[in-house]
Design a protein around this ligand. Structure first.
Ligand SMILES: Cc1ncc(COP(=O)(O)O)c(C=O)c1O
Length: 404
């Protein structure tokens, strides 16, 4: 029996909602798009939401909307999924990494100011693994230096810091809906902001540079080729394009799935919290591991459950102590051999070969990130993981640690 790293949680309600769209003529740019954006904005508490086809395209559009361009620098963390940094590069700007806090694993606010230059335009703040710790201090620093904050909240739907929801801290924020996320649309993402100009720019950029207001006032979006070919004129309509744009649209099929998933977010959060609690309880006495906990003031919407091999992370000066990367990788290998899916979230972004090559980053540049990266084990984690499965994972992990 395989115990999966992650599984989507799809009920008959989601299936019915998707089928309903398939029975309608509105497969894209239809009512489910508007509804998904409205319910999402209302859940997070922002004025606007713009649905896109992935978290990555959402981050990229934020860069463009904020005017980030070649010559600019954007600060972010090297301990994240690659898109937090590549979205900066897609806009032609340079990602500037600052090292992380060894406990929260988020960008260490104390390191940010050293990374700011006259070229810095923004900070991409990631709530890694759903943890919002430090976000308030990061925003204070950004404000002091007049920098935009793009919250990469792709892992943190439903998290909050001191009662304030993740996604409301940044100038713009982005959520992702890949199937391992708290909610899924298959593929998809959502950009949030309180700024109408930024939101309208994203609406245009995601739809081939069409002007959303003019489009609305001229003709409805065509649903077949006949109306498509008649929709354009130099004055406006479907075939008038105001700027270089992209097709980053999210179909109504995906949106229908997202609406139902979002309506279940409290239940989903609770299920994931329970799984995290089982792991915390079952691994509480395991001093070879650092087990994640919820910091003060943080309401974590658990995305993954990542334990770390002790003690390398807590004391950076003792990096040579504790487990080695080779040992960690052997542990991952052995767990997988025993049909338990695990992963190494995340290898340091600055050491990805294309990144290190282009920006001359080296081993040792971000010691906390590097120490943490070589000690992580992401354990199976999803809504419907059972207590018995968690027990099997923990028992197997202890045995594997014994022989390594
Ligand atoms: C922190 C972070 N940023 C961005 C992304 C990119 O999202 P997507 O896969 O929807 O493009 C992810 C997805 O895993 C992520 O975890």
């Amino acid at each position: 029996m395989q115990i999966y790293l992650s599984r989507p949680d799809i009920t008959e309600k989601e299936i019915e909602a998707v089928c309903e769209v398939l029975r309608s003529p509105n497969l894209s740019l239809g009512p489910k798009l508007t509804e998904f954006e409205q319910v999402f904005a209302s859940y997070i508490g922002t004025k606007r939401a713009v649905a896109v086809n992935s978290g990555t395209s959402g981050l990229f559009l934020c860069m463009l909307a904020l005017g980030i361009e070649p010559g600019d620098e954007v600060i972010t963390t090297p301990f994240t999924f690659i898109a937090s940094a590549t979205s900066v590069m897609m806009a032609g700007a340079r990602p500037v990494f600052v090292d992380i806090d060894p406990v929260s694993l988020n960008i260490d606010p104390d390191n940010i100011e050293a990374g700011i230059t006259e070229k810095t335009k923004a900070i991409v703040a990631v709530e890694v693994f759903g943890n919002p710790a430090g976000l308030d201090r990061l925003c204070e620093i950004a404000q002091k230096h007049n920098l935009a904050v793009i919250e990469d909240s792709c892992e943190a739907l439903g998290s909050a810091l001191n009662g304030k929801k993740v996604g409301t801290f940044g100038t713009m924020s982005v959520f992702g809906f890949y199937p391992n996320k708290q909610i899924t649309t298959g593929e998809g993402g959502m950009i949030l902001t309180n700024d109408d100009t930024l939101a309208d720019t994203c609406v245009s950029l995601r739809n081939q540079g069409r002007d959303p207001h003019r489009l609305a006032s001229t003709s409805p979006p065509p649903v077949c080729f006949a109306s498509r070919s008649s929709g354009g004129s130099s004055k406006g309509g479907w075939l008038a394009h105001d700027r270089l744009g992209y097709n980053f649209r999210l179909s109504d099929i995906n949106c229908a799935l997202g609406i139902v998933q979002l309506s279940r977010i409290d239940q989903i959060k609770a299920k994931r919290r329970q799984v995290a609690k089982w792991y915390q309880e079952m691994l509480a006495d395991e001093d070879r591991l650092i087990v994640p906990a919820e910091p003060d003031g943080c309401d974590i919407s658990w995305f993954v459950f990542v334990v770390r091999l002790a003690p390398s992370v807590v004391d950076v000066s003792r990096l040579a102590d504790g487990f080695t990367l080779a040992q960690r990788d052997r542990i991952l290998h052995e767990m997988k051999r025993q049909n338990i899916q695990v992963s190494n979230y995340f290898p340091p972004v600055h050491l990805q070969p294309f990144m290190a090559g282009q920006f001359s980053y080296n081993q040792g540049d971000f010691p906390v990130t590097e120490a943490v990266s070589k000690s992580t084990i992401a354990l199976p984690f999803h809504n419907n993981l059972t207590k018995d499965e968690v027990a099997i994972v923990c028992k197997t992990l202890r045995k594997v640690l014994d022989i390594n």
